[in-house]
Design a protein around this ligand. Structure first.
Ligand SMILES: Nc1ncnc2c1ncn2[C@@H]1O[C@H](COP(=O)(O)OP(=O)(O)OP(=O)(O)O)[C@@H](O)[C@H]1O
Length: 276
């Protein structure tokens, strides 16, 4: 893999240049004059840019991209973005970079990606054998915990609206699938953990300009397993709730979901809620 560096310009080479409309556009080098290069972009436009502002284009990458970015010849911003875009265009929203999973929010429901059949496929499969998926990450963590007897952490990060909450729920669902036990009496721990999500979201999520269901708090979910890999307990710690939202709102954002639920609920339910 090449280091992230600007391209050495050669006439006829394929490069990426910055574009105000589409972020990065590819083109062919027409002329090189010292520190400046003339590039014919695929849009038909000709631009003159500084050598330090152009990046090599990997012409070997298949049109549908690669499922692991470490396979790219050049791991620079335009290369990474182009690969994610090519995959997104064919509904492949997940891509690996080594053992890191990158998710591009599809903003449409893709139930076939997350059903029980899918969970069964990822169960025990070697990491990287199947298409990139949060279930693969959860499975690898679960198996590592079982085999090495070491606690595992999965860090989910991204900007607001990126899909962290949805991805965390998928990870929890998979771990509940792997470590769940048959309900002998009442609800099982894993059921309780999964069922806590709507309650937490009611009190800590709100509509913002970037996300209709934005979590306004941080969350640390701990799932405990016994020696046999069965879920034995769980704890959810929340922190940094945006308290000011309760009394200070900027249009068109909304307050926490629970207030609207209270207003919409039948009177007897609201009465019950306050009695509790
Ligand atoms: N895998 C997915 N499939 C379908 N829709 C998704 C997926 N991930 C996210 N979304 C959509 O994007 C919306 C925002 O995602 P999510 O709430 O998970 O973002 P977030 O990163 O947790 O944002 P915030 O930091 O604001 O809480 C979801 O309500 C859902 O509509």
């Amino acid at each position: 893999m090449a280091a992230v560096a600007a391209a050495t310009p050669i006439v006829g080479s394929h490069v990426w240049v910055e574009d105000s409309e589409v972020a990065w556009i590819d083109g062919e080098v027409l002329e090189v004059h010292g520190e400046e290069v003339k590039v014919l972009c695929t849009s038909g436009k000709t631009v003159v840019v500084k050598v330090s502002c152009i990046y090599h284009k990997d012409t070997e990458v298949p049109p549908s991209g690669v499922d692991d970015m470490t396979k790219l010849a050049y791991l620079h911003e335009p290369g990474v973005l182009e690969n994610l875009r090519s995959r997104y265009d064919i509904n492949e929203i997940y891509t690996y970079t080594g053992n890191i999973l990158i998710a591009v929010n599809p903003f449409v429901k893709l139930p076939h990606l997350y059903d029980t059949h899918m969970m069964a496929q990822y169960k025990g499969a070697a990491f990287g054998e199947l298409s990139p998926h949060p279930f693969a990450v959860a499975d690898a963590a679960y198996r590592f915990m079982i085999n090495e007897r070491i606690s595992q952490s999965i860090l989910v990060s991204g900007e607001s609206g990126a899909g962290k909450t949805e991805t965390t729920k998928l990870l929890m669902r998979y771990l509940a699938y792997m470590g769940g036990r048959a309900a002998a009496e009442g609800r099982t721990v894993e059921q309780k953990v999964l069922e806590s999500n709507p309650v937490l979201e009611a009190f800590g999520n709100a509509k913002t300009v970037r996300n209709n269901n934005s979590s306004r708090f941080g969350k640390f979910v701990e799932i405990q397993f016994d020696q046999r890999g069965r879920i034995s307990g769980a704890a959810i710690r929340t922190y940094l709730l945006e308290r000011s939202r309760v009394c200070q709102l900027s249009d068109p954002e909304r307050n926490y979901h629970c207030f609207y639920m209270l207003c919409a609920a039948p009177q007897e339910v609201v009465g019950f809620f306050f009695l509790r």
